[in-house]
Design a protein around this ligand. Sequence first.
Ligand SMILES: Nc1ncnc2c1ncn2[C@@H]1O[C@H](COP(=O)(O)OP(=O)(O)OP(=O)(O)O)[C@@H](O)[C@H]1O
Length: 744
Amino acid sequence: MSTVSTASETGEISALAAEQDYVSLLYDRFDTLRKQANQRLSEALAQVPDSEQGHAERNAATRLHTEQLAQYAAAETGLCFGKLEFTDGERRYVGLMGILDETNDYEPLLVDWRAPAARPFYVATGASTEGVRMRRHLRIRKRTVTGVDDELLDLSGVDGSDGVTGETALLAALNAKRTGRMTDIVRTIQAEQDNVIRSALHGVLVVQGGPGTGKTAVALHRAAYLLYTHRDQLAKRGVLVVGPNTTFLNYISQVLPSLGETGVLMATIGDLFPDVRPRLTEPVATAEIKGRAEMVEVLRRAVADRQRVPSEPMEIVFERETLLLEPAAVERARAAARRLGTLHNRAQPTFATAIIEELTRQVADNLGADLLEPGDFADIARELREEPEVIEALDWLWPVLTPQRLLKELYATPELLESAFPHLTDAERALLLREEHYGWTVADVPLLDEAMELLGEDDRMAKALAARKRQERLEFAEGVVDIMRIDEETADDDVLMAMNMITADHLAERHERSSNLTTAERAAQDRTWTFGHVIVDEAQELSAMAWRLLMRRSPSRSMTLVGDVAQTGDLSGAESWEQVLAPHVDNRWRMEELTVNYRTPSEVMAVAAEVLREFEPPLEAPKSVRSTGVPPWRVEVDADRLPARLAELVRAELAEVGEGTVGVITPIALRELAVTAEDRVSVLTVREAKGLEFDSVIVVEPSAIRAESSKGLNDLYVALTRATQRLGVLHSAALPESLATALG
Ligand SMILES: Nc1ncnc2c1ncn2[C@@H]1O[C@H](COP(=O)(O)OP(=O)(O)OP(=O)(O)O)[C@@H](O)[C@H]1O
């Protein structure tokens, strides 16, 4: 390290006093700004606009001031955390938001951490000082400066060996007890992380990094950075952050609000098809088949299979006459509909019209066509369209399909499965078969989305829904007008004037237009929404079909994908980034690597690295930034004693971590054995533990974790790297070779 602590005790006291004066000044200005925003919000809310434009303006102002207030609330703690002193005498304070000095030509009093002027705070080192003489980390509790940590940088080019900046503050953050919620790292972002956070908006950026290198933290800070730097572009289209599961989304949910950002949509892949909430799980082998790229062709075949031609003439009884639909006539209708080259549901009316014409002709012939007036043909066609037998026949020959119906009927019908999956074995097809009333799994969601692309929205359903919603709004508005009438006697003249001009219809329409949803809320409800930027965490886990869904949400291909191909646990997941991205962007993507592990102490990482070597020699384990001096332990017991011993060990670990957390990571088969009611203890499978961390981790029966999947060693590597302080292994079966070697 090129850094030197300069704060002698007396020096520190005077530094604290000087910094306190400045910080108090910042908080004074902050309070004034906050009060102003509060006042502006009250004024906006008090307005009663009388025009549509007035409404829009009021909504925009309300949203702006609400967002500002959320930013102020987030900045109250940690408003200012850093200071730079430059060799030319300039000084610069860095914090969660920017504050300008109105009394002094709008000079910056505080620089937002995302602004270019704050960059030296994160990247300046002894070897590359960026003009910085000293970097100071301020410790502030409830507006009181309680300490400073200084680094002198202008020691004429002496380089640090570990490249860590702000070491004292960093180690304090890393050693802090975990609460079960991720926190922001804005005070201690490291140079290689800063590069990723501030990378250009456009194009696909892959961030590859081993466990604990801060990929998730960096991805979230990047979202905040991009929204700050490209607010105009991104506020309208929104930013989507995709995580592996809801536990993970809960874990990271506080980070962006703590940075003052509230407008980001956080979702799992399972959340991205509106109106479908996947609640079921399925065998990993089933999910693997559903994730394959070949499912695009499978779904095409499945749709084509629903455009049927009967092998025998179909009999349809209409007004006591039997009409015959010959296969050749259906074939002609199908060819005409397919010739349109449009989506299945959009071509359906053409098919139906051809069939109705054929049946109309037969009815007319039976009645004696030359006796009929032209209008009679139209009447017959209309009656045929309403005839249940005709409706049923059309629904069999070329049904209007929602994606849900297509998939449900496919999974429930062995013949349809066989036709759509001719290349699978019977055993593989059996994995897909399920009853029609079954719910959805996460792997179904990309298939539903893909199916919608092949089928096309069913306009009739969408229109019917829109009409129903409008009717509901109208009824609501009529209710409002009625209530106003009741008040008529007590209302003053102005209100009556206004009321006379409002009809229920107007009110309904206004309600519709002034809908006050945020960008994220609107995006969540709209399958065809395209985002300004998409960030994917644990990106190595996504299947080929999930990638197709995400690429449709990001036609501009402005994306940040963070992950680690050594941690891939999903059987449909990535072996390499090239393989994932080639179908979508060819080789037009860039990669940044993160190499330092901020989570796992070196003692723990040494054990995990041994396992990594067993399965992925070309990838290096990241370097740990600190050590605890506590070696990982192992305990071997007979299988029947395992649950009791685990309970003892959990209690012991809880005592070790004080207020901290304990994670027990088990094979899927043993998860139920390890139930515990303790507050700070979580029992999880590897899949559930992905992306999370605990102060102490106990990995149960590693050989079973390994045996449960063909990616079992990757899973074990993930399990071993969840600890921030302590790691233990409890087992009855022999340990995998590399782990046995590492634990001695
Ligand atoms: N610069 C930093 N300052 C303080 N803490 C940091 C920093 N970088 C990372 N951390 C902390 O290190 C831990 C690991 O970070 P994170 O979960 O983002 O890593 P990851 O690369 O996503 O890990 P994994 O791939 O194992 O899920 C977190 O507690 C995070 O807050």
